[in-house]
Design a protein around this ligand. Structure first.
Ligand SMILES: NC(=O)c1ccc[n+]([C@@H]2O[C@H](COP(=O)([O-])OP(=O)(O)OC[C@H]3O[C@@H](n4cnc5c(N)ncnc54)[C@H](O)[C@@H]3O)[C@@H](O)[C@H]2O)c1
Length: 252
């Protein structure tokens, strides 16, 4: 479905990025994992010498490092078909309750997560325009499309941050804006909004969360990466400016 595509993933060492990178290799496409973490995700180590794989250590909150990552990709593969922005920079106060938020950390997270996605888009689209085609995929969340189900969190120390909801709604807004902004450029911009992903959450949370879903409840990354693959592929050529929710019915 995506054979020979060249895909750059920011945050490619992360939970979603690494699973997506593996899937892209499985499909005989080429993947560039860009992450500020030098240590390659364990599941990707086996690809170190694979000709379809490249690992770039870079901080995508820095414009020059985004541009350099794009250039290195182009220099190695001669093209860059799609960028999936999956980097997830968090301040040290990430996960603070609404009542306790501090301006410094709030600004840092808004700036790095939403501002970072806007500037990443600026650099990606600038390159795509010069190349004559491109495909940008952002990762939003169900927290960007619906209010949190606060009742799921009671009895746990988990918090669904208000700024996360604002950032993720913002990601959907910039996706639509940019898709339309790129009219006549042979560029598409879409986002996906995954539901919660299993990651050792407390059993009480998982149980309540599941009751809001149709079948499975919290998802595994493998439940959502094929949707991103579809967006990378030409089968979605005329899907533009859309946000695809993958949440087992949580938001219904
Ligand atoms: N995990 C979930 O439950 C879930 C659900 C819905 C949406 N999402 C969204 O998916 C995206 C990815 O989430 P994840 O769970 O894979 O996160 P993660 O924390 O597992 O991975 C994020 C990766 O980004 C890298 N990173 C952070 N700042 C960076 C920077 N400045 N430059 C380069 N790399 C940087 C980290 O090193 C890490 O490898 C995020 O936007 C997140 O909001 C996640």
């Amino acid at each position: 479905m995506i054979k020979n595509k060249i895909v750059l993933i920011t945050g490619g060492n992360g939970q979603i990025g690494a699973e997506l990178a593996k899937k892209i290799i499985d499909y005989n496409a080429k993947v560039v994992v860009v992450d500020k973490n030098k240590k390659l995700n364990n599941s990707l180590k086996k690809f170190k010498k694979n000709k379809n794989f490249m690992h770039i250590v870079a901080d995508v909150s820095k414009i020059n490092e985004i541009d350099l990552s794009i250039k290195k990709t182009y220099d190695k593969f001669g093209r860059l078909d799609a960028i999936v922005h999956s980097a997830y920079p968090k301040s040290e106060a990430w996960g603070t309750k609404f009542e306790n938020l501090k301006k410094k950390y709030l600004n840092e997270d808004l700036n790095n997560q939403l501002g970072g996605a806007i500037l990443l888009s600026q650099r990606a689209l600038r390159f795509f325009k010069s190349q004559g085609h491109g495909n940008l995929i952002h990762i939003s969340s169900i927290q960007g499309t619906s209010a949190p189900k606060f009742e799921h969190y009671s009895g746990t120390s988990m918090v669904s941050p208000i700024e996360y909801s604002a950032i993720k709604a913002g990601i959907i807004a910039i996706t639509k804006y940019l898709a339309k902004y790129c009219k006549n450029s042979n560029i598409k911009v879409n986002s996906v909004s995954p539901g919660g992903i299993l990651d050792n959450q407390p059993a009480s949370f998982l149980e309540k969360y599941k009751k809001s879903c149709n079948d499975k409840g919290m998802l595994e990354v493998s439940d959502l990466v094929e949707t991103i693959i579809f967006l990378i592929s030409d089968h979605s050529r005329y899907i533009n400016g859309q946000n695809i929710i993958i949440d087992d019915g949580w938001s219904l």
